[in-house]
Design a protein around this ligand. Structure first.
Ligand code: ZN
Length: 505
């Protein structure tokens, strides 16, 4: 069972990237996840966080909506984000989760919604937008992005865009490089089911470009939505705080100004039961798609190796005994996922041998075989015995050395005891030369106590007889004319006859 590896590992490395794109990530936007958040955040369902179960009955800022803010903090932290709350004034609190960009950390993409409300529930205005920000965080935190993305919830939109105004003013003052702002405010209502949604932009070229990106995504993501561009767009929601500083910003939402307003607007009748859930799902996909597009996903790098090994391959303390494809998830220098995938091709050899009608047979199919005689710890190669099956010449211990794909394995030594009939057919190993001009050499497989060799001519006339004792190689002459002769070898095991031709020199 000695195993040897001649051919060492052959590694072929491929570098490739998973095709993570805006499109593939948008497919992860889950309606169930959105609904769950809307229901918790609009007080339809209780929510459990910080070890307590609570109901967010309202999010009205002047009535203290800190419970709603705490909920958002909890949700963002659960995705591993850095979260800050900015208490910009008494009763006013923005919530911001940040994921720092891997290659352009100073370039900031904002996806945002106001979380305050004017009445109980207020599912559409604006638990719908808030839940979309949460869903964006859930998905995007699983990947790496070039730019920094901020998941932002504004307070006091309903009191005059106060939270967003504070942020935009201080961002401008500190020179924050905001690449784009998406504001979502009311996304769940499509009373006339015409799939129309509003894109609010203005003549600022960067806002035009953002609007064009939204249109491009509606098309390429095949969202089955009907965009309605409103230019100049409303200044009645938080994007307007950014327009004031000429930060690129766009507002996407249901067709509120465009002609299909939610009749429950700003009342406690604004509940999720009025949502067109399919429409809401599509608008959320579009919003998250825009954010992903602007932030720039960095596809996961996959390194693929084909590894050829004998018997087993050990990778990081794990021993692989069979061929398999194994993926190891690593972290690269950017702190992003990188996957090392091994196509392990492991050669295994079944080194069993079995007794068959002529001696021994190797069970496995190898590239080459070499039969050996076992003598103590020595393995003595048998001359020219290189087939899968091996005609055993005499009682002894034998083994086979198998070579498969450069992997070498030696079987256990097996004792073979030949039957009398087997021995009879095995007595003569070689008889040469044939044809011959006079002498024939008869080589037995082994030294035998006594052998009698008869030589007969073509008419079966006995023309020679030799008695051999304890010999292995014997020579006999073929007296007489050229032609056919018969050599009969008789041992205690039996008799075998061989045909030899005598010719002239
Ligand atoms: Zn609103």
């Amino acid at each position: 069972m000695k195993k040897l590896q001649l051919l060492l590992l052959l590694n072929i490395t491929f570098l490739s990237a998973f095709s993570q794109t805006t499109h593939t990530l948008v497919n992860e936007v889950s309606l169930d996840s959105l609904i769950n958040t809307v229901r918790e955040f609009s007080g339809e369902d209780s929510a459990t966080f910080n070890d307590t179960t609570v109901r967010i009955v309202h999010r009205v800022s002047k009535k203290n909506n800190n419970l709603a803010a705490d909920y958002l903090v909890h949700r963002l932290k659960a995705y591993g984000l850095q979260v800050e709350t900015i208490d910009y004034r008494n009763g006013g609190r923005n919530v911001i989760g940040t994921m720092v960009g891997k290659t352009n950390p100073d370039s900031v993409v904002i996806i945002s919604a106001h979380y305050d409300a004017v009445a109980n529930y207020c599912a559409d205005d604006n638990a719908s937008g808030s839940a979309t920000v949460i869903e964006a965080a859930r998905i995007m935190t699983q990947y790496c992005f070039r730019n920094t993305v901020k998941f932002v919830f504004w307070d006091e939109e309903e009191r005059g865009l106060i939270g967003s105004r504070y942020y935009a003013d201080s961002a401008f003052a500190r020179g924050e490089r905001i690449k784009s702002v998406l504001n979502m405010d009311m996304m769940g209502y499509d009373g006339d089911s015409n799939k129309v949604f509003d894109i609010h932009t203005n003549s600022n070229p960067e806002n035009q470009a953002l609007k064009d990106t939204v249109l491009y995504l509606v098309d390429t993501l095949q969202l089955d939505l009907v965009p309605k561009v409103i230019n100049p767009g409303t200044t009645r929601s938080d994007h307007a705080s950014f327009w004031r500083h000429r930060y690129p910003a766009v507002f996407c939402g249901e067709s509120f100004i465009g002609g299909d307003p939610n009749p429950a607007y700003h009342t406690s009748k604004d509940r999720i039961s009025l949502f067109d859930l399919g429409y809401y799902h599509k608008l959320a996909k579009l919003a998250i798609g825009l954010t992903i597009e602007m932030t720039g996903v960095i596809p996961t790098v996959v390194e693929r190796d084909t590894i050829t090994a004998c018997f087993a391959y050990t990778y990081k303390d794990t021993v692989f005994n069979t061929s398999t494809v194994y993926a190891d998830h690593l972290t690269n220098a950017l702190g992003c996922d990188s996957i090392y995938e091994m196509d392990l091709r492991i050669t295994t050899i079944n080194d069993s041998i079995e007794r068959n009608t002529i001696g021994l047979n190797a069970l496995d199919t190898a590239s080459t075989y070499q039969w050996v005689r076992c003598s103590g710890t020595s393995r003595i190669p048998m001359y020219n015995q290189k087939n899968k099956a091996f005609r055993v010449p005499l009682d002894d211990f034998y083994a086979v050395i198998l070579d498969k794909n450069g992997c070498i394995d030696t079987s256990d030594c097996v004792l073979v005891t030949l039957t009398d009939i087997e021995k009879l057919h095995l007595a003569v190993a070689k008889l040469y030369p044939n044809p011959t001009s006079d002498m024939v050499t008869i080589e037995l497989f082994d030294v035998v106590d006594e052998a009698t060799i008869y030589v007969r001519n073509s008419t079966n006339q006995l023309v020679g007889q030799t008695q051999c004792y304890n010999q292995k190689v014997n020579k006999v002459a073929l007296p007489g004319a050229n032609g056919v002769y018969f050599i009969q070898v008789m041992t205690s095991m039996g008799t075998s006859t061989y045909r030899v031709i005598k010719t002239a020199d």
